[in-house]
Design a protein around this ligand. Structure first.
Ligand SMILES: Cc1cc2nc3c(=O)[nH]c(=O)nc-3n(C[C@H](O)[C@H](O)[C@H](O)COP(=O)(O)OP(=O)(O)OC[C@H]3O[C@@H](n4cnc5c(N)ncnc54)[C@H](O)[C@@H]3O)c2cc1C
Length: 499
């Protein structure tokens, strides 16, 4: 336990663990607690998107996830067990990122990798420790914690609720979780499955008039993850067991389920917290937003929250940057969460509805669109942008300084293929330049790493301009961009946000 800790992270799921890593790498003291006895043991979220791999690079975690996970080659579309289309998932993001693919990696293994990295940095999770409540006292958060039925009080400058969908931190801060819950009941099944729709290296969407399911290779490629919706008649009879469902799935998708590793039924919600910050309490991950698993965005969104908040907390606590920096967490992440909740809600309604129209969409329109996508690289790149979260930009952020360049502030620093990974997302701010810069930079702003880049066709194609400089935030977004003639304006920006 770190008695000097100013920050309490509640919850050691993926969001809390990544936030802990972001702080540990910046030498910020914190405590991380979880009410469970140890890390999660079920596979849950399995999709890891390039945006997350990019932010793992500084921890040297990207390769660990890639080598232990699976990179699905294709996504196949089946209607009544007949293949209608396939889309090349393995190279879909070519030219967009150093990681132009998605990886499937079960959440329990993912959490283990994060925990090991945290231990390397000499931090451990305090398991079996429950957050009960928090109240403001003398400008601090007085927090009531419970371990082995014994309650203690502790004081923290900041409390971060990464404690999942039923967040006690959120309830204790009286923050509304606006939205509702779908009536449909979903199942998730990890099993050894055989059948035409099962591929060792690829995923499948499979539709029939009454059913749809998603199949993805998992763990050792012998195991398949199936996600789908219970048929309405079983929901009516409240029969949610694996044994009742198994023959239905085998019949509908022409598969045989040999053995089961994990089965769970669950309800899907669409909710966003009304505030992501209240006083010095913050919400991140499922505590702040939940939505349908369509598109596998949930866990990745939570990890993105942690990356966004981590460097800002460190800047305020360690470099004395104004506390208003922390307000930008809510501005940037809440708008994004709301848009993802809305988008997944629309996709969910289209796929899950029992209406005749939805049946037509599932069995006719979706395969036709998939066929078109299989042939068009442009459609594939648009699909990949959405899936990968590489499109995320903070266009209206108060952190956006001057923007007198083609690439706007608030955008992710574009990837320029063929270059070394010069734009590694290090832990700090970087100034990317293509020309020589005045020596003043090296002396006045030691906290900014100057990255001298080569001027190449790929850099031009990525939208860079040779006579511009790009000030990049620690999370890889552009804070300020312009010509060096506006150097005083750049220095002003840096004085405010960088130090
Ligand atoms: C069946 C299933 C399948 C899913 N599939 C996908 C998928 O394919 N893709 C995807 O992106 N997402 C998926 N998700 C969602 C994904 O699992 C979550 O988005 C992700 O776990 C959120 O991470 P988190 O760290 O924010 O919260 P959680 O993982 O929920 O972690 C919260 C932690 O807080 C702890 N905690 C709670 N209350 C307290 C307290 N009072 N005191 C101390 N500790 C507390 C809990 O013990 C837990 O360890 C799935 C979820 C489920 C259930």
């Amino acid at each position: 336990m770190n008695k000097r800790a100013e920050i309490l992270i509640v919850g050691a799921g993926p969001t809390g663990l990544v936030l802990a890593l972001e702080l540990a790498y910046r030498n910020i003291a914190f405590r991380i607690i979880d009410k469970n006895e140890g890390p999660g043991e079920s596979s849950r979220a399995m999709l890891v998107v390039p945006k997350v791999l990019e932010s793992y690079r500084k921890f040297k975690l990207d390769q660990a996830v890639i080598s232990k996970g699976i990179r699905p080659e294709y996504i196949n579309y089946y209607v009544n067990s007949e293949k209608k289309a396939d889309i090349p998932l393995g190279i879909m993001g070519k030219g967009m990122s150093a990681y132009p693919y998605v990886v499937t990696f079960p959440q329990d293994e993912h959490e283990k990798v994060l925990l090991e990295k945290l231990e390397e940095k000499c931090h451990t999770v305090e398991w079996q420790t429950t957050f009960d409540s928090s109240e403001e006292s003398d400008g601090k958060n007085k927090v009531s914690l419970r371990k082995n039925d014994e309650s203690t009080d502790a004081f923290f400058a900041y409390v971060i609720g990464c404690d999942g969908a039923s967040s006690t931190v959120r309830k204790s801060a009286d923050i509304h979780f606006t939205g509702d819950t779908y009536e449909e009941i979903f199942y998730v099944l990890d099993a050894v499955v055989e059948g035409r729709v099962i591929h060792e290296e690829s995923g499948s969407f499979s539709f029939t008039e009454d059913y749809f399911a998603l199949f993805f290779p998992l763990r050792n490629k012998e195991t398949t993850r199936i996600i789908g919706m219970f048929p309405p008649d079983l929901v009516e009879k409240e029969e949610f067991s694996f044994d009742t469902l198994k023959p239905r799935l085998e019949d509908a998708f022409n598969i045989s389920i040999e053995s089961k590793n994990w089965f769970s039924d669950y309800k899907i919600h669409r909710r966003t917290a009304e505030q992501f910050r209240k006083g010095n309490i913050f919400l991140a991950g499922d505590a702040a937003h939940i939505h349908s698993p369509a598109g596998g965005q949930g866990m990745n969104l939570g990890i993105g929250d942690a990356v966004n908040l981590g460097w800002k907390l460190a800047a305020v606590l360690k470099q004395g940057i104004d506390d208003t920096l922390l307000d930008t967490y809510e501005t940037e992440r809440k708008e994004l969460a709301e848009s993802i909740v809305k988008r997944t809600d629309n996709a969910f309604k289209m796929v899950a509805s029992q209406s005749k129209m939805s049946e037509l969409v599932r069995t006719r329109l979706v395969p036709l669109s998939a066929k078109a996508a299989g042939r068009s690289e442009w459609i594939q790149s648009q699909m990949f942008k959405v899936l990968s979260q590489l499109y995320v930009a903070y266009d209206t952020s108060p952190l956006n300084g001057d923007s007198k360049a083609e690439i706007k502030t608030g955008s992710r620093l574009p990837f320029a293929e063929g270059e070394l990974f010069e734009f590694t997302r290090e832990a700090g701010w970087q100034l990317h330049v293509f020309n020589a810069i005045p020596g003043r930079f090296n002396t006045d702003f030691r906290s900014v790493e100057i990255v001298k880049r080569r001027w190449t066709d790929k850099a031009r194609a990525a939208g860079f301009e040779k006579d511009k400089v790009y000030l990049v935030r620690p999370d890889g977004y552009i804070g300020w961009t312009g010509k060096l003639e506006s150097i005083d304006n750049l220095f002003e920006y840096m004085k405010k946000w960088v130090n």
